[in-house]
Design a protein around this ligand. Sequence first.
Ligand SMILES: CC(C)(COP(=O)(O)OP(=O)(O)OC[C@H]1O[C@@H](n2cnc3c(N)ncnc32)[C@H](O)[C@@H]1OP(=O)(O)O)[C@@H](O)C(=O)NCCC(=O)NCCS
Length: 242
Amino acid sequence: MSAPPLGSAVLWHWDVSALDPNAPWIVTEEERRLAGAIDGAERRRDHLAARSLVRTALSSCAPVDPLAWRFASGAYGKPRVAAPDCAADLRFNATHSRGLVACVVARGTDVGVDAEDLRRPVPSAGVLARALSPAELGELEASPAALRGLRFFDWWTRKEAYAKAVGAGFTLGFNRFSASDPERDGRCRFTQLVLRPNHLVTVAVLGNDAAVTVHALVPEGASANAAKLGASWLAVGWSPDA
Ligand SMILES: CC(C)(COP(=O)(O)OP(=O)(O)OC[C@H]1O[C@@H](n2cnc3c(N)ncnc32)[C@H](O)[C@@H]1OP(=O)(O)O)[C@@H](O)C(=O)NCCC(=O)NCCS
């Protein structure tokens, strides 16, 4: 068990697409109760899986029971650790999207993460106008049709990961900046991965010298994937298919 070194981040990701929505999630009674208001078993599953992953990932960094973490929210809803007060200054962010959940944890550095399902169609012109800068809109229009989806989700997940790292979310106004701006200005570093089931995942770490390491969470029984299991996952003694 160890916290990421200062300035670096750890990404945990988990393909929950085949999991039972009623799996024994690592969440408090209050979280379980609030999740009851979410429409759709799969959306509820993804939300509860993300909460479980956050608790597990944080407990892989500090000697705290996963259920003991308490959270508070920033002005625009960004969750942060409120208790227990562990010296590590852990910051985190989570995303969930159609069977994929991911959580990034860092120490002393703000982080954001976004995941989008690459099978989704490119949004309508109205949505694009709110999501992209004029320069991006022009570039997308000039792109070959086969590349438009990937290009859009590349830009979108960068913007959302950055907006989540600073905590402002959509209030940042996604058509007021280009996806490449935060990195070009040295405000953040992006790391991107394509992960199962069908997702593009982008991590934003504020600052410009971040290193991101990646852990996949897989059921303990999946021995073929054992090498990918984080030791810390085993350390908390819970398996998603237990
Ligand atoms: C943060 C935001 C971009 C997330 O959008 P999304 O694509 O639906 O969701 P994702 O799966 O990527 O992320 C959701 C998680 O981000 C985290 N989150 C919530 N608000 C956040 C914020 N302001 N900054 C960073 N992370 C935030 C939470 O962990 C949330 O998980 P939960 O909803 O299960 O509790 C969006 O909700 C937002 O802009 N919120 C702030 C503005 C606001 O208050 N809007 C009101 C609703 S319109």
